[in-house]
Write a protein of this length. Structure first.
Length: 167
């Protein structure tokens, strides 16, 4: 069967358009898009506004993502360095299978908030460019900085930004 023709040409054109389209995530100076998502453990709905007044580090992750599996335990250690009344980490899980996220967190427990976005609605609204993607927000919900992907070397920069935001 010959795959060339109008359908193949249309598919190629669509790919080229996607490659040229600016799919940039939220960045410094942008206002973070609000959300309402359930917590992983008990399904309680939480909104971005629930964290207003705190510096917030939001991390989009999934249990199948190798760099995510490395970052979450490191964020747990980072979380303990800042006052809970002024700083919060919110991890937004993108696993379609809730149990995969639960199994990962049973082996790698975290004390910070973990929300579920299995359909990727919020991830799409925030236009995350990679897995994981993270955002540091100030007390009013403005993006201070954003990171696509994860390297342990990012931690120093992230912590410097957190300290500046808390000062």
């Amino acid at each position: 069967m010959n795959r060339s023709g109008p359908n193949a040409t249309g598919a190629l054109l669509a790919c080229l358009l996607l490659l040229s389209y600016d799919l940039s995530a939220l960045g410094p100076g942008d206002t973070a898009t609000g959300f309402e998502l359930p917590t992983l453990r008990n399904g309680q709905l939480m909104t971005l506004a629930d964290f207003r007044g705190k510096v917030i580090y939001i991390d989009f992750w999934a249990s199948w993502c190798g760099p995510c599996r490395k970052s979450l335990p490191l964020y747990e250690a980072m979380r303990t360095e800042y006052p809970q009344e002024r700083f919060e980490i919110v991890a937004i899980n993108l696993d379609e299978d809730r149990e995969a996220a639960v199994r990962f967190l049973d082996k790698n427990p975290v004390s910070y908030t973990v929300l579920m976005d299995p359909g990727g609605v919020v991830a799409s609204q925030w236009q995350i460019p990679a897995m994981p993607s993270s955002f540091l927000l100030d007390q009013q919900g403005w993006v201070i900085n954003a990171w696509a992907g994860f390297q342990p070397s990012h931690l120093e920069e992230i912590q410097n930004e957190i300290r500046r935001a808390l000062d």
